[in-house]
Design a protein around this ligand. Structure first.
Ligand SMILES: [Zn+2]
Length: 290
């Protein structure tokens, strides 16, 4: 089964949510980057979170999470473009096996960016006060957006599944009794959500999962929306990278290998250029005459 996301909403509580499976995307990322286990887990959580947040935004564009810090995971990035295309990358040094997300980053920053196709980029800073990414994102939404959110991501070497719940704003015309009913509805649903076992997320279909956790709640589950790993690298972009090299650097690489190759760090695609191709691609320069 390819990666996919289901939206759902509760019919009798002010709650909507997303259920996501990004197992195939993580397999692609792992094959290309072979991250150590704690970095793989951090990337899995980041990719699951951006894919779910991307389905909350109203515009066309991307959602990106980027971290930078003095911990062993010094940079990481995950993005979901057009509610469908996923990719991620991490750079790390030696790590301990069981470090939680915030410790992996150390002293640093985690930024969430909303990048519309047209219009201005919005960037928010996510605090790193809690051990997991999910908890920090929940706090970010509660404080910066006044949106109560619960996120759970479970990842193993063979499967990554996530679920997000968000409280819908109370109707401004509601009376006190209706507001109280909304509060109670949200609290009841989140208490049940907190009982989620890893195996329930990993082993049950979204329909079974929601039935198991919320047996008395009528929940409307939308059809699956496909998600897929896809990189943005290309031969044209590789040319731009080659244009930053000096003539000496190019000559040196050609002399030793006979070609130059630009390897994408996200997907491991290799764009290979012969001497003639390089010099014609770069500003239309001709190969040097020796
Ligand atoms: Zn690529």
């Amino acid at each position: 089964m390819t990666d996919h996301l289901h939206r759902f909403h509760f019919q009798q509580a002010p709650v909507r949510g997303h259920w996501v499976d990004i197992t195939s995307t993580m397999a692609r990322i792992e094959a290309a980057q072979q991250p150590p286990a704690p970095v793989r887990r951090a990337l899995a959580e980041m990719v699951a979170v951006v894919s779910m947040l991307a389905h909350d935004i109203k515009f066309e564009g991307s959602v990106m999470l980027q971290s930078r810090g003095d911990g062993p995971l010094h940079t990481a990035m995950a993005e979901c473009r057009d509610k469908r295309w996923l990719r991620a990358i991490a750079r790390s040094t030696a790590l301990a096996e069981d470090q939680p997300f915030a410790e992996l980053i150390g002293n640093g920053q985690l930024a969430i960016s909303l990048i519309p196709k047209d219009g201005e980029i919005y960037q928010g800073m996510v605090g790193l006060d809690h051990p997991t990414l999910s908890e920090n994102i929940e706090t970010y939404f509660a404080t910066s957006e006044q949106l109560e959110t619960r996120i759970r991501v479970v990842t193993t070497p063979t499967r990554t599944v996530g679920c997000l719940l968000q409280r819908l704003p109370t109707n401004p015309e509601s009376n006190e009794i209706e507001e109280e009913a909304d509060d109670e509805g949200w609290q009841r649903v989140t208490l049940l959500f907190e009982t989620t076992k890893d195996t329930e997320l990993l082993e049950l279909s979204p329909t079974q999962f929601l039935k198991r956790l919320f047996p008395t709640d009528p929940i409307f589950l939308d059809d699956a929306l496909p998600l897929e790993f896809r990189c943005t690298c290309s031969r044209e972009k590789s040319v731009k990278i080659l244009q930053t090299l000096t003539r000496e650097e190019i000559d040196e690489a050609l002399a030793s290998d006979g070609f130059l190759e630009v390897v994408c760090e996200f997907c491991e695609s290799r764009h290979r250029f012969s001497g003639v191709e390089i010099y014609t691609a770069i500003e239309g320069r001709r190969p040097p005459v020796h």
